[in-house]
Design a protein. Structure first.
Lengths: 313, 313
């Protein structure tokens, strides 16, 4: 198969799209706004129109493509069925069937966006060379994706890889978005790191550059920690300890080759991954061959890469 | 394929063996002692001799079998290689190749005993009808096995499914057998439940039937809890809470259909599984379709069933 394919990553604000060669070369990349009005009914039509336009611009026709892959912000069943996509306003349906119909029957496959990003990183990003890995995306929340034998493992209901909602904090009284208490996301997401810093500033008398900030962000905390601010460093160690703990639990279940760390928080680089690895290794002594903990490299493009890989198989 | 096959479960004291029809019917079951002297060098020879003897007794020859499966007490690589089997005195080698040679080239497959038991329970036990499940064996230690798409997931180094070594207890100062601190096994194994009871008896002033016992066992604790002993019930709730917590973490990673609870401690029945399920469900609110928590049914035969299934594929 040497036909090109399309990778589509549908977010709450923009839809990112890419045209790929089968070898993983990204030949065109573009995006359109996500029209969420009226229950998001125009989103797939907009995508189909945009794909047709780009295809024509490249002097190609739809039949020159092997198919299109699509990452969706919500749980996706193996047959492409979704129960809802809160961020897009979608209710139950099968968006991959709908898009296929809008593209003259082109093969369309879909998956959860975090899982699809994990597949993209495995294929052309920080996870190249690994067949079994778990990706963790540290952004506003903590997402994740499990890749086994080079394929997404979505689980029975699409909850597979929801690393951010592993319970790790005993006694947490504030609720997580999922309804639970003490999820990893509450201490390791950008929001969680900032919250942890605010809590520590209130409880700890040490001086800190963070005290001068009006609104503390995870970036402030990580940058201060790197510059040697002791209080900020305590916060980062706490977040990384819980991350390492959750990944150590994953190791005891799946024993993967590697963990890929992505998302905005991962811009802190090896300063972050080395700490995560330190705690992971300490909390999984049984695993004598330690999994690698590496940085994602595709950034916001991981979704379109993974979506394309869905089609290439 | 309608040839019979052999399932072999090698333990530190006895080797259990079974002859199976391809449909899962156990037609013969027998055992021999495990001769551990001289680095366990006679174990495989004894097994081969016993298989030949039983085969002849049944009026069959080795060529009437599709193969033999074998569960080993230690990590097993996908090609059957082992680094060691502490309980048998074995060092690095490939026991499945050795046994095959001793049985005139019969097909032999092997796997870790806990994983193989999980496969057995999926095939003919408490896990019948599920394709994706995680088994947890609550015995002297806490073992486990992950079954995905009806196959064992051993992980990169055979650590997959080591549920007992998920870290859950903060601040534990006593070391686990694995070298870690605060593993599930330390609070949910038979040993762990008894230890937890001793600790609570020392720290808690309440009266309890357990105070009259000279040496408290997990069975004593479970039986007292069932009879309404408040202190024993506290111990059982603690163990089940940590079990539910660890399984909730597994749900966030793999989202399986079911958990199968086996081992000596599971003789407490649904009194135990209902409590485990209560905490699992509470700590995994994101999984709206809750995994089943069911009892294993094959007892000590799970290993020979699973070993046979290894060969049947």
């Amino acid at each position: 198969m040497d036909k090109r394919c399309i990778g589509i990553d549908i977010g709450g604000t923009t839809v990112k799209m890419g045209m790929f060669e089968p070898d993983g070369t990204l030949v065109e990349k573009w995006e359109i706004p996500t029209r969420k009005e009226e229950g998001g009914r125009y989103i797939l039509e907009d995508i189909a129109a945009s794909v047709r336009k780009k295809t024509a611009e490249c002097g190609l026709s739809l039949s020159d493509f092997s198919g299109a892959g699509m990452g969706l912000p919500g749980p996706v069943m193996p047959d492409g069925h979704i129960e809802f996509c809160v961020n897009l306003g979608w209710k139950a349906g099968n968006p991959q069937q709908t898009l296929s119909a809008l593209l003259d029957g082109m093969q369309v496959k879909s998956g959860n966006d975090a899982n699809v990003a994990a597949l993209g990183e495995m294929w052309q990003g920080g996870g190249r060379g690994y067949k079994n890995l778990v990706m963790v995306t540290l952004g506003t929340g903590v997402g994740g994706g499990v890749i086994l034998n080079e394929r997404i493992w979505p689980g029975m209901q699409g909850v597979g890889g929801e690393i951010g909602h592993i319970h790790v904090i005993e006694g947490e009284t504030e609720a997580c978005n999922c309804g639970g208490y003490g999820c990893l996301e509450q201490v390791a997401s950008a929001t969680g790191i900032a919250r942890e810093a605010r809590r520590l500033l209130a409880a700890d008398k040490r001086d800190s550059v963070l005290r001068s900030k009006e609104k503390i962000t995870a970036k402030d905390v990580l940058s201060a920690a790197r510059d040697g601010d002791a209080l900020a460093l305590t916060v980062v160690e706490t977040s990384c300890r819980y991350l390492g703990w959750a990944l150590a639990a994953v190791t005891m279940v799946l024993d993967p080759q590697a963990y890929i760390i992505g998302g905005g928080v991962s811009k802190a680089g090896t300063f972050l991954t080395e700490k995560i690895k330190k705690y992971h290794d300490k909390l999984s002594p049984m695993a004598t061959r330690k999994a690698d903990v590496v940085l994602a490299t595709l950034g916001n493009d991981a979704g379109i890469y993974g979506a394309a890989k869905l089609v290439l198989g």
